[in-house]
Design a binder for this molecule. Sequence first.
Ligand code: FE
Length: 214
Amino acid sequence: MDTKVFRSMSYGVYVVGSVDGERPVGCIANSIMQITSSPATVAVSLNHDNYTNACVAKSGLFSFSILGQESDPSLIGGFGFRSSKDTDKYEGVDSEMVCGCPVIKDSCGYVVCRVIDRMETATHTVFLGEVIEGEVSQAEYQPMTYAYYHQVIKGKSPKNAPTYLPEEDTPQQGGKAVWVCQICGYVYDGDPLPADYRCPVCGQDAAHFRREMR
Ligand code: FE
């Protein structure tokens, strides 16, 4: 099986939000699709290991904010590469609570859902949600596709993503030198890496980058 074929499938990039009691939680997801239009339902796939999964299951609510090409890419690092269990990911992020769920303003828009069904897979829960609210936030934003995230931002998939490919973590031999963020996988396309460099995706400093040949 050539798993690269999955790269031909189209996805967006989303911040999925929910609540742990009163506290907002969230994570990055790319596997979200609209299932029906009337009533409007959507499905989202979340890894069992994501704290947000347990919070969606418990609260019966989730939101997703649709990231755009103009959204701050550090949202992906902030929500995608650490856990809500021990971090308030919304600290310093322009967000609001809508129908009991956190949504991000620096996005194309948001949808809030009530969970009406779920399906378990070996690694992920697929939640089916009935849409209870939705608004356009930044009408001029172009929705970010997962391909854009890979090709333009040069990010990779967290290990919990349904679309994670193990070969993304395998350094290639030969080619030219680049610096790879060990937290989020962002690739700095140059050599050397400036000493005061900070990862534009996750905000880590130069010490978290490793030189690789690609
Ligand atoms: Fe990073």
